[in-house]
Each structure stands twice: as C-alpha cells, then as structure tokens.
Design a protein around this ligand. Structure first.
Ligand SMILES: [Zn+2]
Length: 128
C-alpha cells in the first residue's frame, strides 16, 4: 500500500470522469470500519475483489491511499477512494483528522496515538 498522499477529488472529477462515475454511490459497496473510522473496504460493481482504502483530513487537505493497482500506478484518487469519498459526501459525514504519516491500516489509531503521547506503549489487548 502506498503512503497517504494528498487527494484532489475535484481534479479527478474533471480530468477522469470515468473514474469519478465508477465511484457513484450505488455503483460500489462501501463499508467503513467502526473501530478505525476513515478506513474503508470498497467493492465496485462487477468486481469480486474488496479493496482497502484510508481517507483522512489533515491541514485542510484530504489524504488517502488504496491497496489497488490503479492507485499504485496512476495519479490521484482511484475509483475506490472516490467511492468512499462520495458516499461520505452523500451522508454528510466528516472524515477523521489525523497526521497522515501516522496512519496505516495496521495501526489501531486511537490507542496508538494515546500510547505515543504518553510515551508508554500500554497495550490494551482484549478489545479486538
Ligand atoms: Zn483503489
């Protein structure tokens, strides 16, 4: 998975309308993690694969990454990130705010940030 990078969804909308349209709500299944808001599993219509996406807002910018080949090889947001973004727009839900470099899908964000702040890596197991 690529590191989080700034997303310019308006640019995708104008420059890559096909990608934008593939992310139309209703044309993709989007599940957001309850434990890790801003982390999504996205499956586009016609695909049998789920992809993991992360979107966060930081410093006034939207940052994101996806594990798909398209996002790795092309610039800006892939159709999965667009799907997650557009669903949140429809629901009028905000994105979480984190420092982008702190986020990976493996990080248990809230616990991890608390642990970092206190510099005491207290692990709270059992809250799987
Ligand atoms: Zn993707």
């Amino acid at each position: 998975m690529k590191e989080l990078e700034p997303l310019n969804v308006d640019r995708v909308k104008s420059a890559y309308p096909d990608r934008w349209n593939k992310g139309t709500p209703g044309r993709a299944l989007v599940k957001e993690s309850d434990e890790k808001p801003g982390n999504f599993a996205v499956q586009r219509d016609g695909s049998d694969r789920w992809h993991e996406c992360t979107i966060t807002r930081y410093n006034g910018l939207l940052w994101g990454t996806c594990d798909c080949v398209g996002h790795t090889n092309h610039d800006d947001a892939c159709s999965h990130l667009i799907a997650a973004y557009r669903l949140k727009q429809v629901l009028e839900e905000p994105f979480p705010t984190h420092k982008p470099q702190a986020i990976t899908v493996e990080v248990r964000s809230v616990d991890q940030e608390r642990a970092d702040q206190h510099e005491q890596p207290t692990r709270q197991e059992g809250q799987a």
